[in-house]
Write a protein that binds this ligand. Structure first.
Ligand code: ZN
Length: 201
């Protein structure tokens, strides 16, 4: 029913998370109504972000230079590393103002059923970082999601670090986060409390 270019836009928008067919159509019709400049600004923003944003060479957070802003920030404690699944988890933790260390973004969680094995995540880089850090790493806070895969990942990391870096304290966020939920959607107060109350793993 739709002209092919419009259908193509609807199809692309419909691939976005949380966007159903109807919303995709509504957004497409909105973009058809606005002037070319405004629609172009959206297209440019998408193109630029894909061209300019990469993974930080140390922590795999989003960066527009070789190192992300947090890794470049001298005031951030390099002796404490917070491990998260996705770069989308960094911002909610930053908003709690409970954490002044650095991050390590794994790029997912272990899930053998889905074919996600240790070598598919940035785990080797984490262990190397912990072993070679100067000043030495004092604590690794594991802030993977409170889901089955997030918990399995936390236990896996704790096990390896116990072997390879026994002097490093490994902690996990306190319970209180909605089980099965995603860190990304936790409210600041709950997340801040979970952070402050972290315990040894
Ligand atoms: Zn970084």
């Amino acid at each position: 029913l739709l002209a092919p270019p419009v259908q193509r836009l609807v199809t692309e928008l419909g691939k976005l998370p949380g966007i159903g067919q109807r919303t995709a159509q509504r957004l497409a019709f909105h973009l058809l109504r606005v002037d070319a400049e405004e629609a172009g600004a959206l297209a440019d923003a998408i193109r630029d972000v894909k061209a300019q944003i990469r993974e930080c060479e140390i922590c795999f957070n989003l960066a527009d230079e070789a190192r992300c802003r947090i890794c470049q920030d001298e005031r951030r404690d390099p002796a404490v590393i917070c491990v998260v699944e996705e770069f989308g988890d960094v911002l909610p933790i930053e908003r709690t103002h409970e954490f002044r260390g650095r991050y390590h973004v794994l790029g997912g969680a272990l899930s053998p059923i889905d074919g996600v094995d240790p070598e598919d995540l940035h785990l080797a880089e984490l262990y190397r970082r912990v072993e070679q850090s100067s000043p030495p790493v004092r604590e690794v806070v594991i802030a993977t999601n409170p889901t089955t895969t997030g918990e399995a990942t936390a236990l896996h990391i704790a096990g390896v670090l116990r072997e390879r870096a026994p002097e490093v304290a490994v902690t996990r966020l306190a319970s209180g986060l909605p089980v099965g939920g995603d860190l990304e959607y936790a409210d600041e107060v709950t997340l801040g409390r979970a952070f402050a109350g972290r315990r040894a793993l």
